[in-house]
Design a protein around this ligand. Structure first.
Ligand code: ACO
Length: 311
């Protein structure tokens, strides 16, 4: 029995082998990966902005040093991911141009503002918590370079999540005003965090094929459920109330039932109409333009060194 190239490819996936850059792959597999990895890379870069907003206002020198390190980690994650996408033949300049023109997507979550210090706690605790849940399974994604990049990213993300939880714990154990600040931020971040996992499975055009190719190892709804089940006890430990009147433990399924995400809001944000979409893109474009001289200088230096080596 002769297997087609595509069947051989699927057999390798089913055997849980990793696909490497020089292996044959269906064009649609390559395209889906470039789409997901580049969106992921863009999310890391844009994700620096809401937290960068608080570096100058962190409440102590220690908090400032931690936040600086964390924001730098996000830049590093973006770089590993752009490199992984490049192994599929994507050009970094083109990916960045697509981000800057508003053509490329990045995570909806980074279009919400960070209004108080407690927001920085929520970003670490909830947003990075959601990122870890999504990314730990990606350490076993079928494309080798993406899977390997995720290993280090996840180690750093778990440090980020702990620091976020610790900020929340400090606020929740502090003065009544601090506790209130923590609850207020939690109320604003809970629902947008649930949106990070993407549309419901029934509305997700990419899930089925990405599951078959083992690019995704869990569906959007499966990860959202795991997140709620993991976070509710943590919120209870902190003494925070989850802003969802429909939330309750379902003994039969041994998991929480929870309310419906506002999908209109989600699609509005994805389409570019969220609270901060405009500011985020403008800040990225500005940073890219301000950095032009660095790229030019690095190129000139590299050229000089090559000429010296040749002569
Ligand atoms: N924000 C913006 N766009 C989203 C979001 C979101 N939260 N969720 C889904 N979308 C987009 C998808 O990119 C897709 O758009 P496209 O087809 O034009 O590319 C569309 O909505 C439909 O969604 P799905 O079919 O469910 O798309 P997909 O299978 O790619 O699943 C998911 C989306 C779960 C985000 C997946 O791409 C993924 O796991 N990515 C890797 C992790 C990641 O990118 N994390 C970023 C945030 S975490 C961080 O950076 C700290």
């Amino acid at each position: 029995l002769e297997l087609t190239q595509e069947e051989q490819f699927q057999a390798r996936i089913d055997a849980d082998e990793r696909i490497e850059p020089k292996d044959w792959m269906p064009e649609a597999y390559r395209k889906t990966l470039i789409r997901q990895i580049s969106q992921h890379a863009h999310s890391e870069l844009v994700g620096m902005l809401p937290e960068g907003n608080w570096i100058t206002r962190a409440p102590s020198l220690k908090r400032k040093a931690i936040l600086l390190a964390k924001v730098q980690d996000e830049a590093g994650h973006g770089l590993y991911l752009y490199s992984a996408a490049e192994t599929l033949g994507a050009s970094r300049d083109q990916m960045l141009a697509d981000l800057h023109s508003g053509k490329a997507k990045y995570s909806s979550i980074f279009n919400y503002p960070t209004l108080s210090w407690a927001d920085i706690g929520c970003v670490g605790w909830l947003v990075d918590g959601a990122a870890i849940l999504n990314q730990v399974p990606l350490c076993r994604t079928s494309y080798g370079p993406y899977a390997r990049a995720m290993v280090r990213v996840c180690k750093e993300e778990s440090f980020h999540q702990r620091q976020g939880f610790e900020i929340m714990q400090t606020l929740c154990e502090g003065a009544p005003e601090q506790k209130a600040m923590a609850q207020e931020a939690f109320n604003r971040w809970w629902w947008p965090t649930l949106m990070m996992f993407g549309p419901k499975d029934a509305e997700s055009p990419n899930t089925e094929r990405s599951m078959q190719w083992r690019i995704k190892r869990f569906t959007n709804d499966e990860l959202r459920q795991k997140f709620v089940d993991m976070m509710v006890p943590q919120a209870e430990f902190l003494g925070l109330t989850v802003p969802d009147k429909d939330l309750h433990w379902n003994e039969d399924k041994k998991a929480y039932d929870f309310g419906e995400v506002d999908w209109d809001e989600f699609w509005q944000v994805v389409k570019g109409n969220g609270l901060c979409n405009h500011d985020r893109l403008q800040a990225r474009v500005q940073a890219h333009e301000d950095g032009a001289w660095v790229r030019e200088a690095a190129l000139a230096h590299a050229k000089k060194r090559t000429e010296k080596a040749i002569s």
